[in-house]
Ligand binder design. Structure first.
Ligand code: F6R
Length: 498
């Protein structure tokens, strides 16, 4: 793992784009020799190259060397790799210097000829996919790391995986292939391996975290000093990565490192004075940042829209906190409203996947989030306020319904005690209307850390009950929050979700 640069992205498109950026960079730097792969994984990259070719003809003049070729089917068979590369890349970019093992020759000639080509070439960038069984090229496990171009019998699992290209009929999938060897692959100056989807997750885990072994051909990449692995979240789902959670309330900043079971392994809390929040937070984050951290979840009270935060109490007005932090720490930052983060944590850690939850926190401000179908509900236009607008008289009490999927109000609930009756009435209206409309399985009213202690939830319950449609009477049973530091851990969990 030490040598390998790991990039985790959201989906196949992002994976292809990242690989394309590296490819382009190499082309710009004057590299000429590119090692290519076939299969589904690199198709997105090849589309981007074809698109770029429209305005950048350089691709015509590069030299392309493919990893492997089936043996036993004609070169002109639609699924030969020779044909695959022509159809999916070479024809459209008018590439003429393309090398693929010619398995129509007698096998020893095919191997000798291709090895000769490779021996006279320094591949600048090698593109790789990975098999479910950890193969690279068609080097099936177990394979020697010392092997060069060779003739291989394909494993049953590989033929099963590839039968989708052969009318789903395993009998049509060739049993043998010719492939560059591990030694040839490791000779490339730079290697980019891409993988997407859950079926690659085990191989990716073994490749990165287990000792190099011939049982897992891709683990040989640990022996190379310039490998970038670009994978989507699904392919990363078995990796024991840490996540950084950041939680900014109107009084404190919390930063914690969570392991892959969401156990806190580092934790720091500092009060802030509303002026130096960003810098203070950045300092705390840098203290905890390690190579094992790929995702950062940031929950913040205030209005959160498209990476911007507004919050009068902490002096942010459309502050681009996501972009600034991403640049400063070179990690992906998932920004979210604090009440949403709390709601998400409560739901993830205490409820069943198919249940729904409405969460309201009555702390320094008032916030709320609605979770259904396993996710934060953002309303039709991404504004959670839509869900609440229909239930609250915005001129009287809740006048800010803005943040994605949440209600958000900068109001000091401590001050509400002087008008407790109005407060209870308004919260009762909110909850009753939520139940009357979206009907969640559970309602949490969190009054942690407020002076309006738990006794208030009883009164809110009574008020709410009085306002419910008759068929929902006595439905309400408000529970307090069950999770510790819910907005902090919620941000961390959500950061890994996307
Ligand atoms: C193909 C190759 C193979 C594939 C691997 C993954 O040239 O070298 O190692 O990269 O079998 O295939 P896909 O991308 O179809 O999942």
């Amino acid at each position: 793992m030490k040598n390998i640069k790991l990039v985790i992205v959201k989906n196949y498109e992002e994976m292809s784009l990242k690989a394309f950026e590296i490819f382009q960079e190499q082309v710009k730097n004057g590299s000429l020799n590119f090692g290519m792969a076939t299969g589904s994984t690199p198709l997105g990259l090849y589309s981007l190259i074809k698109e770029d070719y429209k305005s950048n003809k350089t691709y015509e003049n590069l030299n392309y060397f493919n990893l492997d070729e089936y043996h036993g089917i004609d070169r002109n068979h639609p699924e030969s790799y020779y044909q695959f590369m022509k159809d999916n890349l070479f024809n459209e970019i008018n590439a003429s210097n393309c090398f693929i093992p010619d398995a129509s020759l007698p096998i020893t000639d095919c191997i000798c000829e291709y090895q000769k080509i490779l021996d006279n070439t320094q591949i600048d960038l090698q593109i790789l996919g990975i098999g479910n069984n950890g193969h690279i090229g068609f080097n099936e496990p177990p394979t020697s790391f010392d092997i060069q171009t060779n003739y291989v019998k394909l494993n049953n699992s590989t033929r099963q995986a590839n039968k989708r290209f052969f009318n789903n009929n395993i009998d049509e999938v060739p049993e043998y292939a010719v492939t560059m060897g591990i030694k040839d692959i490791l000779r490339a100056k730079k290697i980019v391996l891409m993988a997407n989807g859950e079926n690659k997750a085990t191989a990716i885990y073994q490749m990165l975290f287990e000792e190099p072994t011939e049982q897992l051909p891709a683990s040989a990449l640990q022996l190379h000093n310039d490998v970038t692995v670009i994978i989507d979240y699904k392919a990363a789902s078995k990796l024991p990565l840490n996540t950084l959670g950041i939680d900014i309330s109107s009084t404190r900043i919390k930063v914690a490192t969570f392991n892959s079971d969401y156990k806190r392994i580092k934790y720091e809390v500092l009060p802030h004075n509303n002026t130096d929040i960003y810098d203070k937070m950045l300092g705390m984050v840098k203290e905890q940042l390690t190579d094992e951290i790929y995702n950062v979840g940031l929950s913040i009270s205030g209005y959160v829209r498209e990476g911007l935060v507004s919050h009068p109490l902490i002096n942010f007005d459309n502050f681009p906190i996501k972009e600034k932090l991403e640049q400063a720490i070179n990690r992906r930052v998932v920004l979210m409203n604090r009440a949403n983060a709390s709601a998400f944590a409560e739901y993830k850690l205490t409820m069943d996947n198919n249940e729904s939850l409405y969460y309201i926190s009555l702390a320094t401000g008032i916030g709320g989030g609605y979770i259904a179908n396993g996710d934060i509900v953002s309303g039709k236009n991404g504004l959670g306020g839509e869900i609440c607008n229909m239930v609250i008289d915005s001129h009287q009490f809740f006048d800010d319904f803005y943040a994605d999927g949440s209600i958000e109000m900068h109001y000091n609930t401590y001050k509400l005690t002087h008008n407790e009756k109005l407060f209870i009435k308004q919260i009762g209206i909110v909850i009753a209307n939520i139940i009357n409309t979206v009907d969640p399985d559970k309602i949490i009213v969190d009054v942690k850390n407020t002076e309006i202690d738990k006794s208030i939830t009883k009164k809110i319950e009574e008020k709410t009950n009085a306002l419910l449609y008759s068929q929902k009477k006595n439905y309400i049973n408000i529970t307090g929050s069950l999770v510790e530091d819910e907005s902090l851990i919620g941000a961390a969990i959500y950061a890994n979700k996307l």
